[in-house]
Design a protein around this ligand. Structure first.
Ligand code: 13P
Ligand code: SF4
Length: 314
């Protein structure tokens, strides 16, 4: 008689390692489906920051990009924080160098800027900021900023201009952008809207003004789930990184999700997010590396504006 045994696959090994090292696996909405499927929590930057802060696991395994894992370490410094690939960066983080921001603030010290940094930035930039925000709470954070100081918003000019539209608050914007979301254009969106005239369009606030103004809803990745669930439309066009479609299809199976095309290709993919694989995830849990290490003085300076954000988000 032939017996078949279930292959001892990567997923089983990861789950076993998770128990062995007492870890929690936190996963961003843009990760590949197979990584999302073994997560303890899948969410947006804000949800992940809250989860990282409250966990009592010994090890935080962060599947996302580097600044997200760094944020987990900043808010929960006594934990070991590891990530599958430490080269998983972010074009927004790269667009605002900490030394450059430091010089800018020195040169413009007479302005006494209140600096609000989008969480997609380095620990150095966070340490120079007054408050952090994510796409999920940016409107609330900016609306609650002191009225008697000018705001400098770094590094995403698109999220910044969307928040200005929402709050009516004027801000000086750093000229950074997400290389994935700026690839959607008015033309690429009009084309897909023509193809699906009854579909709604949901876009991320990192998209340009031309795309946002064509959208029925502009929101963070987490809010896209709620929007899709509550929408009366059967067809919904999604203008954000394609990893988002996995969770949308899984959690709102009764709807039809259409990835918005960019100007050059049919779907958009963040190559940083996609550097993580199941194999690398297993390896990092085996070796407990790469590990996020932050000098304590910088961590302390970066923690205060993140904590301000978490307090304002409750
Ligand atoms: P969210 O916080 O909305 O998930 O966005 C993170 C991000 O990197 C978007 O490109
Ligand atoms: Fe950064 Fe854009 Fe990738 Fe998000 S999608 S991690 S903002 S490069």
């Amino acid at each position: 008689m032939v017996t078949t045994t279930k292959p001892y696959d990567l997923k089983d090994q990861i789950l076993e390692l998770k128990k062995k090292i007492n870890a929690i696996i936190l996963v961003h909405n843009y990760q590949v489906g197979e990584i999302q499927d073994i997560a303890d929590f899948v969410g947006d930057s804000l949800g992940l920051a809250f989860q990282a802060k409250k966990t009592d696991a010994d090890v935080i395994v962060f599947c996302g990009v580097h600044f997200m894992a760094e944020t987990a370490k900043i808010v929960n410094p006594n934990k070991t924080v590891i990530l599958p690939d430490s080269d998983a960066g972010c074009s927004l983080e790269q667009s605002c160098d900490g030394n450059q921001l430091e010089s800018f603030l020195e040169e413009n010290s007479e302005k006494n800027y209140y600096v609000i940094a989008y969480i997609n930035c380095s620990a150095h930039v966070k340490a120079l900021s007054d408050c952090i925000c994510t796409s999920g709470n940016a409107v609330k954070i900016v609306a609650s900023a002191p009225q008697d100081r000018p705001i400098l918003f770094v590094p995403d000019q698109n999220l910044g201009s969307w928040v200005m539209e929402q709050t009516g608050r004027k801000m000086d914007l750093w000229k950074g952008s997400c290389y994935v979301h700026v690839e959607y254009t008015r033309e690429s969106i009009l084309k897909i809207r023509e193809e699906f005239p009854n579909a709604e369009l949901v876009s991320h606030p990192e998209c340009t003004y031309a795309v946002r103004m064509l959208s029925d809803e502009v929101c963070s990745t987490e809010k896209m789930i709620d929007y899709a669930r509550n929408s009366s439309s059967k067809n919904i066009i999604i203008a954000t990184e394609n990893g988002m479609l996995h969770r949308l299809k899984k959690e709102v199976p009764e709807k039809n999700f259409i990835p918005a095309p960019t100007q050059n290709c049919a779907c958009s993919e963040c190559h940083f997010m996609k550097m993580n694989t199941l194999e690398k995830l297993k390896n990092c849990m085996e070796s407990l590396s790469p590990e996020v290490i932050i000098p304590e003085d910088m961590r302390l300076k970066a923690e205060a504006p993140i904590q301000r954000m978490l307090d304002l988000s409750n």
